[in-house]
Design a binder for this molecule. Structure first.
Ligand SMILES: Cc1cc2nc3c(=O)[nH]c(=O)nc-3n(C[C@H](O)[C@H](O)[C@H](O)COP(=O)(O)O)c2cc1C
Length: 173
């Protein structure tokens, strides 16, 4: 059983691609809650769980947010946006907290993929992170880390590549 789920996780890691084109179809809120739950089960230093999430389903608000990034078509076309924040009040070490939040986003993306949904991690919008927080009327202690645009994939044609391991492993003694 453990071996089987390990194989499934590895398969999801290799199969997952960033999805930037979505069908005009609603997404079940339960699936989004499951993906956020998986995100919350990421490891974090001292188990401080510094991540917080905001969901945007409202099309008007999506439009406003899409004006803050050059990936506006992706945000506009998504069924839901998951905004991921670092809660400064839970933070104990910025680097470690950011690493933990990265792990939580990967859990989220892999879960979305395994549910047949698609998502893409949008970092470019961080240049306007204060304006995002203002639009959502969020307190200053919440710092935007990423927006994950989610929907039903319009296609799964996109490819990606990774550097060969020989380039990545810089020592083995
Ligand atoms: C920190 C971070 C920021 C990213 N920002 C963006 C972004 O602003 N727009 C975008 O289209 N993709 C963004 N991506 C997705 C990457 O472009 C993508 O993961 C990479 O090209 C590899 O493709 P794959 O995810 O399909 O394997 C981001 C990914 C990460 C981890």
């Amino acid at each position: 059983m453990l071996q089987q789920s390990a194989a499934q996780i590895t398969q999801a890691i290799y199969e997952r691609r960033s999805i930037r084109h979505f069908l005009d179809a609603a997404v079940d809120r339960k699936l989004i809650m499951e993906a956020i739950k998986a995100a919350s089960w990421a490891p974090s230093g001292l188990n401080n769980q510094p991540w917080r999430f905001a969901l945007v389903w409202d099309q008007q608000l999506k439009e406003k947010l899409s004006g803050l990034t050059r990936y506006s078509a992706v945000l506009r076309g998504a069924a839901v946006l998951i905004l991921v924040f670092l809660d400064q009040e839970s933070s104990y070490d910025r680097v470690k907290d950011c690493q933990a939040i990265g792990a939580s986003i990967q859990n989220m993306l892999l879960t979305l993929h395994s549910q047949g949904l698609g998502g893409v991690w949008i970092g470019e919008i961080l240049k306007n992170k204060e304006r995002v927080s203002q639009l959502l009327e969020l307190p200053e202690r919440l710092e935007l880390m990423a927006v994950v645009a989610v929907g039903h994939p319009a296609h799964r044609n996109q490819t990606s590549h990774r550097r060969p391991l020989e380039e990545l492993i810089i020592a083995e003694k």
